[in-house]
Design a protein around this ligand. Structure first.
Ligand SMILES: Nc1nc2c(ncn2[C@@H]2O[C@H](COP(=O)(O)OP(=O)(O)O)[C@@H](O)[C@H]2O)c(=O)[nH]1
Ligand SMILES: [Mg+2]
Length: 332
């Protein structure tokens, strides 16, 4: 289902004109999106009203998360998927979130090079976000960047993140479907990978299928998924495991078809989709709340900790009481 308006670059839109910015994004203005994401990375608090307006325009694109260990082949696979969807006339945005690369370093540059075949295509937007702030801030910033991308006429929005720690997998909570990319692993690695990965993925990919351990890894993942399904019989979707050779593009059309199948499944099971959507939103509201609290703490207007310091230093009060007192004051 290709969507109609061409993605183009309009003349510069005033940075504080919510109506004009919303209209520019709705028409697919890539430069406008890029500038907004830069402001999001710089933690520009004045963007909140715009984010509110944009949020209400979103929700049409398929947001797909791609996560997995560094070097698993996520970017290679994404580049192949982008080519596949472009072949169907769909328009695709990619947000690559890489906290391991605090500045414009190797990984980001590598992604750019790998994605170079799409560089001149108006139907593709590729943007890297790196960690300038703390990681929690990056998850929040990625969430805001997705709000911007979702207010644009993309059919698919992909978000790539390195799935190693808690904060990176937090970012995956913004996606409606998560593809977990693994590489063929030997015995010990398989054991180590156990913890919680079946909770993250809706689809599992064993990339580098040219490796001799690939089939054993597929079977192992299938066993883990079967076990997780037995523990959660209420889950109607059983994550499939696919094998790909991203370097050669093998298995990519099967992966794209399985992603379609996953979205069709959510459409056919609205109760499940609603439960997942609700979990996502609970998480998102919490994330925004923590960001607001953090910002107030930093600016220190309402949450003035300093006056409490003498009593804290003298141990006449304690950090728990001080925090509760500050929270009360916020509510009032
Ligand atoms: N042998 C093999 N190498 C691959 C395959 N897919 C990707 N690679 C290579 O693995 C390395 C890491 O790939 P990349 O896409 O950057 O991984 P990412 O860190 O998960 O994004 C690169 O050198 C790729 O060329 C594959 O299917 N087979
Ligand atoms: Mg990558």
């Amino acid at each position: 289902m290709p969507s109609a308006p061409p993605v183009r670059s309009a003349p510069s839109v005033p940075a504080d004109d919510i109506h004009a910015l919303t209209a520019a994004l709705a028409s697919g203005d890539i430069r406008c999106a890029a500038r907004l994401i830069t402001r999001i990375e710089r933690v520009d608090a004045s963007l909140v009203p715009l984010m509110q307006a944009l949020y209400r325009h979103g929700g049409r694109a398929q947001v797909i998360g791609v996560t997995g260990p560094p070097g698993a082949g996520k970017s290679t696979l994404i580049s192949r998927l982008v080519a596949h969807w472009r072949g169907r006339g769909q328009r695709v945005a990619v947000l690559a979130v890489d906290p391991s690369s605090p500045f414009t370093g190797g990984a980001v540059l590598g992604d750019r090079v790998r994605m170079a075949e799409h560089a001149c295509d108006d139907g593709v937007f590729i943007r890297s976000m790196a960690s300038r702030d703390h990681l929690g801030g990056l998850a929040r910033a990625a969430g805001d960047a997705l709000v911007v991308l979702e207010a644009m006429p993309w059919d698919v929005v992909l978000v790539e993140t390195v799935g190693v720690g808690q904060n990176e997998t937090e970012i995956m909570r913004h996606a409606s479907a998560v593809v977990l990319v693994q590489t063929p692993m030997g015995g010990d690695d398989v054991q180590a990978a156990k913890a919680g990965i079946t909770e993250i993925g809706d689809l599992f990919v064993v990339n580098k299928a040219d490796h001799p351990q690939a089939d054993a890894t597929v079977r192992h993942l299938q066993d883990m998924i079967s076990l997780a399904q037995r523990l959660h019989p209420e889950r109607s979707w059983q994550p499939p495991v696919l094998k790909t050779l991203a370097l050669q593009g093998q298995g990519v059309s099967e992966l794209a078809a399985t992603i379609d199948h996953c979205f069709a499944h959510w459409a056919a099971h609205p109760d499940d989709a609603r439960r997942r959507g609700s979990a996502r939103l609970r998480h998102r509201v919490g994330e925004v709340l923590r960001e607001l609290l953090d910002r107030r703490l930093r600016t220190g207007s309402e949450l003035a900790i300093d006056p409490m310091l003498p009593a804290l230093l003298a141990r006449e009060t304690d950090p728990y009481a001080a925090a509760a007192q500050l929270l009360d004051r916020l509510g009032g």
